[in-house]
Write a protein that binds this ligand. Structure first.
Ligand code: ATP
Ligand code: MG
Length: 776
């Protein structure tokens, strides 16, 4: 039985599988079967009589562990596989800590604090210590404490180390040690461990209690670790301690895919492995089974640019496959439309399921334009490792204000934001309002409107605050009657203090939230621009909210598992998909602007790109936009250097001229620089007076993509095309209104309008300079 599976491995893979005992390390490039080797090795060990209880496998995600276990179950049987210990470091050691917690003085039902809990507690401590929370930013403080914990620097160790204390004093946080101490004490008193404690306390347990260590060493006679390149020091020490007695340890990894250095992952764990055990066997796998030859060779081409790496060979026997397609679009929303329409076409042409497609991005905020475009095409998708864009807290907060503008009776929205950002309306006041609203059978908002006439035993100050809130919402309503949705939303985020609140934060998470709000504004801008196509219409807020409400409806799990996968590249590690889009291939986004300071940071970004590209089995797409909306303004962006780093022979530049959405793209009449802080921008190079290179059909050579700009001239081009192409009787596709027939054309140049009878929604008159139409 087992033999048939062994036969499916190549010789290089078979060696570490059949080497039953000893310490071994498999270093190999992406897609070469490292994970498969681990899986087979476990099945093989079991077939050789090793008890499942004696095997521990540590994976990068619990999902990966589940998949591995299912695979093993299909080989050795479910009952046997059930007893394997498999999972992430955190989940496996949380289980062990529950068993042993009393030794460390914790109850076995200890709570695990998530990041939010930890941040809140630290904030509370900072307040109690009367420290300036602009200096001691809770999230930053947590980050510091986290790195101490992952380096096994306990509070005691901290206070025994003058250097650390000096370093914190130098960074204006002389009392960081005290916060650390208070935080640890408070967690302990609450019977709680944070994420880092799960590793730190495991180390403490194994160090302080030799009998416990012996017990688990005896239990886990065979240890296997996937994605070893991304283990941090704390994890490394646990593995080393547990494997010390039997030394049956097998780790697999790829230094080229080390992408968590920013969280303390330590590449030395790979380099030092050979020193840690008496005898170490090193295996290398070279054949990639996942991807086409084009993808494999392009990926090699990329990683070659890194100076710090272990030399490896990766080749494949697979077909050459199609070239990597590179797509340029004018804006991020057009990028989204390209992704959605390509998926749509591929699905139709080749009868492919949604699950064959993945869209990978550098930052979570980028999912918005992709989500919007997929939704419009009715393509189901799932966001991994993050909330759907419209479900994120900061987005829900903004939307709650907007919902109140439309319908002040909306109680969920009101309760959500009545005191966010904090404006001194406490829970007890809200409770009183709710009771009164129920009594009078009115909404809370109506009660608030009449607060001066109702006796709720509220003091004058509170009444003023409630009145102010009502006035604010009403002022938004007036704006909504006179301005478009973008203007209103922009105003709301500023006037309510939402953005200021997040700006104060200053941590990467805070910045990410601001970026998300920025993305929401971009989406609304796009929406209002779209509305302008309709003669005389403003970008109505209620319509936008309806769109969003549908978005969240579609996000609900229907039990239909076949969805396009959307996730950050970090999360995609270890996964594979036939078609992969890597979007936002732009300087300052990928590579991230934050990583351009040192070579090692840039090399980590390049490894991230290597990971992204090597997820693709058959077709990879790299897309970039020449401009992105940032705070509702179009900001210029340059294509990522990573595209240029790939040899031309692997790339297929999609000719923008043949992309219909590109031709008909409206010219955005937006001041690119406006009041943006110019120092943060790369200034556009002077617009070339010659026709843009991509309009030159002769130019089959690689265009100098980094010199191309969003070009004026496309407008006339588009209108000319329209003047000559569009005719009464044409059937067109509009991205929001769907299919329709042109029944009349009037006006010339920028005023040219088409009257279109849509299958759903009736006749609409559209200004062609704005209309996003495809003739079908
Ligand atoms: P990554 O570095 O991305 O984690 P990996 O080295 O872990 O990749 P796997 O995921 O184990 O690679 O394998 C990549 C793909 O190749 C999988 O679909 C796997 O089933 C397939 N594969 C691996 N080895 C073989 C083989 N000998 N024959 C056929 N297919 C194989
Ligand atoms: Mg793998």
């Amino acid at each position: 039985m087992m033999q048939q599976y062994i036969d499916q491995l190549n010789e290089a893979q078979r060696a570490p599988v059949l080497q039953k005992d000893g310490a071994m390390i498999v270093i190999a490039g992406a897609g070469s079967g490292k994970t498969r080797v681990l899986t087979m090795r476990i099945a093989y060990l079991m077939s050789q009589g090793v008890d499942a209880f004696n095997i521990l496998a540590l994976t990068f995600t619990n999902k990966a562990a589940r998949e591995m276990k299912n695979r093993i179950a299909s080989i050795v049987g479910n009952n046997e596989a059930k007893n394997l210990w498999m999972g992430t470091f955190h989940s496996v050691f949380a289980k062990i800590l529950r068993i042993e917690s009393e030794k460390l003085g914790y109850p076995s039902n200890f709570t695990i604090y998530d990041t939010q809990d930890s941040v809140r507690l630290i904030g509370q401590i900072i307040k109690e210590m009367q420290l300036d929370k602009d200096v001691y930013k809770p999230k930053q403080v947590l980050g510091r404490i986290s790195s101490y914990k992952n380096s096994l620097i306990t509070v005691k160790a901290y206070f025994n180390n003058p250097e650390l204390q000096e370093a914190d004093a130098m960074s204006k946080k002389p009392r960081l040690g005290e916060i650390y101490q208070n935080y640890v004490e408070r967690c302990f008193k609450s019977g709680a461990m944070d994420f880092d404690d799960l590793l730190l306390k495991t180390n403490e347990l194994l160090n302080r209690f030799p009998d416990v260590l012996a017990k688990y060493q005896d239990r886990f006679r065979y240890i296997l670790v996937d994605e070893y390149q991304d283990t941090n020091h704390s994890q490394y020490l646990i593995v080393r301690a547990l494997s010390d007695r039997f030394q049956n340890i097998c780790v697999v990894g790829d230094d080229a895919q080390s992408i968590y250095a920013f969280r303390g992952a330590n590449i030395n764990n790979i380099l030092n492995f050979q020193k840690d055990y008496d005898e170490v066997k090193m295996f290398r796998l070279e054949q990639n089974y996942r991807s086409t030859r084009n993808i494999v060779e392009a990926a090699n081409n990329i990683i070659d640019k890194n100076k710090t790496k272990l030399e490896k060979v990766v080749w494949t026997d697979n077909d050459e496959g199609p070239k990597i397609k590179v797509h340029r679009s004018l804006t991020d929303s057009e990028e989204g439309r390209f992704v959605a329409s390509t998926i749509f076409e591929q699905k139709m042409q080749n009868q492919l399921p949604n699950g064959h497609f993945a869209v990978l991005y550098r930052t979570n905020a980028q999912s918005r334009s992709i989500e919007d475009a997929l939704r419009k095409r009715d393509i189901p998708y799932r966001i991994y490792g993050g909330l759907s864009f419209y479900q994120r807290k900061e987005i829900k907060d903004v939307l709650a204000y907007l919902r109140l503008v439309i319908n002040p009776k909306d109680e969920e929205a009101l309760v959500r934001v009545i005191n966010y950002p904090a404006r001194g309306i406490g829970n007890s006041t809200v409770e009183k309002l709710t009771v009164a609203a129920n009594h009078y059978k009115r909404s809370i908002f109506e009660v608030m409107e009449h607060i001066d006439k109702i006796d709720l035993k509220l003091n004058a100050g509170t009444k003023t605050k409630l009145n102010d809130f009502v006035t604010m919402i009403k002022s938004f309503q007036v704006i909504n009657e006179n301005q478009d949705a973008f203007y209103l939303t922009d105003h709301v985020t500023k006037k309510t203090g939402l953005v200021q609140e997040l700006k104060k934060d200053g941590t990467p998470e805070g910045i990410a939230r601001i970026e998300n709000i920025e993305e929401l504004l971009n989406g609304i801008k796009d929406f209002t621009e779209g509305q302008k196509e309709i003669d005389g219409a403003r970008g109505a807020l209620s319509e936008f909210l309806e769109d969003v409400a549908l978005a969240t409806d579609l996000d609900k799990d229907t039990g239909d598992e076949d969805r396009v996968a959307l996730m950050t590249i970090h999360l995609a590690k270890g996964l594979e998909f036939p078609h992969v889009f890597v979007v936002g291939m732009e300087e300052d986004l990928f590579p991230s602007a934050m990583s351009l300071n040192t070579r090692s940071e840039l090399e980590e970004e390049r490894r991230l790109f290597y990971v992204a590209l090597t997820r693709a089995e058959h077709q990879a797409y790299l897309t970039y936009a020449q401009s992105r909306y940032r705070w509702g303004k179009l900001v210029d962006s340059e294509p990522s250097r990573f595209i240029e780093e790939i040899d031309d022979k692997f790339l297929d530049y999609l000719n923008p001229e043949t992309t219909s959405s590109y031709r008909y793209k409206p010219m955005m009449d937006v001041d690119i620089f406006g009041d943006i802080d110019k120092s943060k921008l790369r200034l556009a190079k002077p617009v070339n007076s010659k026709p843009p290179a991509y309009l030159n059909t002769e130019a089959n050579n690689k265009p100098n993509i980094r010199k191309l700009k969003p070009v004026s001239g496309i407008k006339t081009q588009a209108n000319n095309l329209f003047d000559t192409n569009l005719a009464v009787g044409n059937v067109v596709m509009h991205e929001r209104f769907g299919k329709g027939e042109v029944i009349n054309l009037e006006g010339i140049g920028g005023d040219r309008k088409a009257e279109i009878k849509f299958d759903v929604g009736g006749v609409k008159k559209l200004l062609l300079k704005f209309a996003k139409l495809d003739v079908i």
